[in-house]
Write a protein that binds this ligand. Structure first.
Ligand SMILES: C[S@@+](CC[C@H](N)C(=O)[O-])C[C@H]1O[C@@H](n2cnc3c(N)ncnc32)[C@H](O)[C@@H]1O
Length: 496
């Protein structure tokens, strides 16, 4: 709703509340209602004349209208002053206070609006609409926790107040409490299936928790086939399997199809866990797979699992291998959730890196001038982060042979940090624009799944660090590659 429309709507509500409050019976009532009519007809000067004719003390409603007239003229201080006097008036009426709060909020005077709603809530502590409005005002002021408090109370006091569920969902979403946000939007849509704000909130939350790569990953037949081959090789009919980060339950179903005695899948994203449960049921595995909505680190083996796992599946791998915390999750699971001789899929990974020349990649990721303006300072904001890159889509070449920089064994403890450096000998002259890296996942003794640019393509593609500055490389003049990790991220640099 555009701002003038919103003001018109608030003034209409104001008129209704004023007439219902019996204001016409007091001496100031008639000029006040006349002023309202003028204001609604976009005639603020006439409204002011009408208000000036009030000879007794100006009631709160009149002060609020004067605040609107002065606010519309841009006289901010005067407008604030009228609003404050309206809010602090003696013997306040609940409806007028709420509408004064709405009007103050409309003009951006959020503290005054909160004060108006405070006073309204003092009069009627269980008024869900006042709590809703104060919660929305806190939200606009950026006070998420105060907003959540009020909106939650509004929904508890009036469970069918759809707007409160939507507003609460929005707050939970901005606090990254996505499961709670989903619950709110679903409740709102149950109450009002056509509610566009709830639908849009739901869509935004889905986009937050379901990264775009999810469908590409599920459609990655090279990945799926390699995992299924390894699962078939490792799982026996006695196996108890734990699938960390089960997503849709795909790998859990593979394990069950391979004959596992029982499979538990855990998933940290609530909507995914719910959907996985339905998918598993639809595919007829309801008796053999149980899906738990928990992060693996929060699983309680005594409550959540019939027995410790013989086989641990952990496809929690991103383009840069470690970005989904596979090391922390597998190490915790090995200690608490698995038998001593557990088989892990993947059991390990080797990571390879190589400096590359690719003007195209560098050009895409750096800025210089645009339309004659020097905007190169923007480059200083670039995070030191690899980007997922489909190398097959660019002209590029390696300047040295790829080097194996790390080898991870997920069946053993892995140091919290590690730093390595490698002396590389360029096989030709060139300009290094970036460092590409990829990994080989050891899924079983026989099955290796590689994201190397030379291997069959996967949805992971490759990871590329773009160098802050291109580096001239001379054939046979060694350069140094620095590689480090902190269990969550592999960081690469070139130096001499
Ligand atoms: C890369 S997806 C893989 C999904 C599924 N395993 C598959 O292969 O189709 C990883 C999933 O693991 C979930 N996840 C990541 N770490 C987790 C953890 N420690 N516990 C439970 N779920 C986790 C993410 O929410 C995401 O849905």
């Amino acid at each position: 709703m555009t701002s003038p429309d919103r003001l018109a709507e608030l003034l209409a509500d104001f008129e209704l509340a004023s007439s219902q409050s019996g204001i016409g019976r007091i001496s100031a009532g008639k000029p006040l209602l006349l002023a309202l009519t003028h204001l609604r007809n976009n005639a603020p000067d006439d409204a002011e004349i009408a208000l000036n004719s009030v000879d007794s003390q100006m009631p709160a409603a009149g002060l609020a209208l004067q605040a609107v007239i002065t606010g519309e003229r841009g006289a901010t201080d005067q407008s604030k002053d009228y609003f404050l006097r309206a809010v602090e008036a003696e013997y306040p009426e609940f409806d007028i206070l709420c509408l004064t709060g709405d009007l103050a909020r409309h003009f951006g005077f959020l503290e005054i609006a909160v004060r108006a709603f405070d006073r309204a809530i003092e009069i009627a502590p269980h008024a869900s609409h006042a709590l809703l409005r104060r919660g929305q005002t806190f939200s606009e002021a950026g006070d998420v926790s105060a907003a959540i408090d009020d909106l939650l109370r509004a929904t508890l006091l009036q469970p069918n107040l759809c707007a409160a569920h939507v507003a609460l969902g929005d707050e939970y979403r901005s606090a990254n409490m996505t499961d709670a946000a989903f619950r709110c939007y679903h409740t709102a849509l149950d109450l009002d299936p056509d509610n566009t704000a709830a639908r849009s909130g739901l869509d935004h939350t889905l986009a937050l928790v379901l990264p775009q790569w999810h469908s590409a990953m599920l459609n990655d037949t090279n990945r799926n086939d390699a995992f299924e081959e390894a699962i078939k090789a490792v799982v026996t009919e006695d196996s108890s399997v734990l699938d960390i980060g089960t997503g849709t339950g795909l790998l859990a179903m593979m394990a069950s199809r391979a004959g596992a005695a029982e499979v538990t899948g855990c998933e940290t994203v609530g909507v995914l866990a719910e959907t996985a449960t339905e998918i598993v049921n639809q595919n007829g595995f309801e008796d053999r797979i149980s899906i738990i909505h928990k992060r693996s680190q929060d699983l309680n083996p005594a409550e959540d699992m019939e027995q410790l796992a013989d086989v641990l599946i952990a496809e929690i791998v991103d383009t840069g291998l470690l970005g989904e915390n596979i090391i922390a999750a597998t190490s915790d699971a090995r200690r608490r959730l698995c038998k001593a001789d557990v088989k892990i899929i993947p059991g390990g990974a080797a990571v390879y890196a190589v400096p590359i020349e690719s003007e195209e990649i560098a050009r895409e990721r750096c800025v210089d001038t645009a339309n004659g303006f020097d905007i190169s300072l923007f480059n200083s904001l670039r995070p030191n982060m690899y980007l997922q890159t489909d190398l097959s889509k660019y002209p590029w070449r390696m300047l040295c042979n790829p080097t194996r920089i790390f080898e991870f064994d997920f069946t053993q403890n892995i140091p919290e940090t590690a730093e390595e450096s490698f002396l590389l000998t360029p096989h030709s002259d060139g300009i290094a624009h970036g460092i590409a890296f990829w990994f080989d996942l050891q899924l079983s003794p026989e099955v290796v799944l590689s994201t190397s640019p030379g291997a069959p393509p996967t949805h992971w593609r490759q990871a590329v660090y773009t160098l802050p500055e291109p580096l001239n490389i001379k054939q046979n003049e060694p350069i140094r590659l620095f590689a480090s990790h902190d269990q969550k991220k592999i960081t690469l640099k070139l130096g001499s």
